[in-house]
Design a protein around this ligand. Structure first.
Ligand code: C5P
Length: 222
């Protein structure tokens, strides 16, 4: 059916930031609003998909009819994704996962006793890369690349390195693109070197285009 291009498909999407604790009252996080991922979840649901949304803490409401799994840390997001992976046809990684977490989560609040404090960090698992490593040929992995420079080059590098099928790139320094805004300006790259450049659109419109491209590519495969 033309209006339900994702009917019968399960779409797993991550969205929002991760929150990495330091002590009982402090954490490290980022400015991700979750808007782009939530918009894709909504459009995918409208396109007939069964949608599972793995979300870091955000302030926006989840779309109707979508299963939400709330997580905080990257390690929790990883576990949630891995639990849902085998049954998913489409995996979209739109979360802004923290690259590092505190090596130690202190049991007590850190006191301001010294002029300098060194916090040691440990690399978080790369969820998209792990999905790319284990995914089956029938599963489609789509990632995001939020860049501040050399957008095309970095995006293509991530597409290859993480074994993604599509990557959606944006220059987060452009007005009307990236974190927090209601609009986005993205380019979609595939493995054949083809690209689709979208103009500045609402995140819902960007999401609609992304879902449409996914639908076309799924049907081209079968
Ligand atoms: O962090 P980076 O720019 O490499 O992120 C690119 C893609 O990888 C995004 O789709 C992001 O959601 C995903 N990612 C992830 N796990 C991480 C870091 C990034 O899944 N630890």
């Amino acid at each position: 059916e033309a209006s339900k291009p994702l009917a019968g498909k399960k779409l797993l999407i991550t969205a929002g930031p991760t929150v990495e604790p330091i002590d009982p009252v402090r954490y490290m996080s980022n400015h991700s609003s979750g808007k782009m991922g939530y918009a894709i979840a909504e459009q995918a649901k409208k396109a007939g998909a069964e949608v599972v949304l793995v979300s870091g803490p955000v302030t926006i409401p989840p779309p109707k009819g979508v299963k939400v799994i709330e997580v905080k840390q990257a390690t929790e997001m990883m576990d949630a994704v891995m639990n849902e992976l085998a049954t998913s046809d489409i995996i979209i990684k739109s979360a802004a996962v923290a690259d590092y977490r505190s090596k130690v989560v202190f049991d007590e609040k850190i006191k301001k006793n010294s002029e300098e404090l060194i916090l040691e960090l440990k690399k978080n698992p790369d969820i998209a890369a792990e999905v790319g490593r284990v995914k089956r040929p029938d599963q489609m992995l789509i990632g995001f690349a939020a860049e501040t420079e050399q957008v095309e080059q970095y995006a293509k590098g991530k597409l290859e390195r993480k074994n993604m099928d599509l990557i959606i790139a944006n220059d987060v320094t452009k007005p009307g693109a990236g974190f927090g805004t209601d609009t986005n300006i993205v380019t979609i790259y595939d493995r054949d070197g083809d690209k689709i450049e979208l103009p500045q659109l609402s995140k819902q419109e960007v999401a609609r285009h992304i879902v449409q491209v996914i639908g076309e590519r799924l049907h081209a495969r079968t």
